[in-house]
Ligand binder design. Structure first.
Ligand SMILES: [Ca+2]
Length: 241
């Protein structure tokens, strides 16, 4: 006959010790007491490592870590000129797969912007990112040509439509949906290529770019066509240091 065994890894004593510790913190507002009390209780706090990602995108991005979205550009993609950098803090455990969904602003499926004005044009994209481990302060990855890229949306496929007075009819486009779990480790690489590196001059970096102290190794990347590729997935994986 089977008997149910009780969970023995949490005795009441440490719980009491933690409660006491919390009371001490409340009384003294001292972070030092928190650490020592936990250690005395024999229950060292296993903190999940935190990381900080700095990203600048023309025009919008979402950041995925191990398959989960942890942040996105605070200025919506529907904003015509949305140039800004973002700093996003997240927790993760190594190995870490970092994914960026990057979108160039387009007014509609034609891939054009400023439609109907003298500035009607195709427009271009570009994104740069760097991630540091907050415990060590070290940069664990920067965007560069070793990242993988998958173009989800491309338009116009016939760039001559840029002068059309009816771009939604005349401009051709192609769109695929993001593969499931594209930002998880071990995801399929089918259709993915290496990211293409662009210079700040090619991208025409704007507001927010200079706000970040970029690691010299961090590069602006995109799909192989800076103008026609409108939605691009980018990803890399980082092993434990
Ligand atoms: Ca753009």
């Amino acid at each position: 006959m089977f008997t149910f065994s009780k969970r023995t890894n949490h005795s009441p004593k440490p719980k009491y010790a933690i409660a006491l510790g919390l009371a001490l913190i409340a009384a003294t507002s001292s972070a030092c007491l928190s650490t020592s009390t936990s250690a005395e209780a024999g229950q060292p706090v296993a903190k999940t490592p935190t990381f900080t990602a700095e990203v600048w995108a023309d025009n919008w991005f979402a950041l995925y870590i191990n398959g989960k979205k942890v942040g996105e550009d605070s200025v919506p993609i529907t904003t015509e000129r949305s140039f800004n950098s973002e700093t996003i803090t997240f927790t993760a455990s190594y190995p870490i797969t970092i994914g960026l969904m990057a979108k160039d602003y387009t007014e509609n499926a034609s891939g054009l912007e400023y439609i109907g004005t003298a500035r009607q044009q195709i427009g271009d994209g570009g994104i740069i990112a760097q991630v540091r481990d907050n415990k060590t302060g070290k940069t664990i990855t920067v965007t560069n040509g070793s990242w993988q890229a998958l173009v989800l949306s491309k338009a116009p496929l016939n760039p001559s439509c840029v002068t059309s007075s009816n771009p939604t009819v005349d401009c051709k486009s192609s769109t695929i949906t993001a593969p499931a779990d594209w930002s998880k480790s071990g995801a399929s690489t089918k259709g993915w290529t290496n990211a293409t590196v662009y210079t700040p001059e090619q991208v025409g970096v704007k507001e927010g770019y200079e706000m970040i102290n970029w690691n010299p190794a961090a590069k602006l990347v995109w799909g192989s066509d800076l103008e026609l590729d409108n939605t691009v997935l980018l990803r890399t994986s980082v092993k434990a240091p």
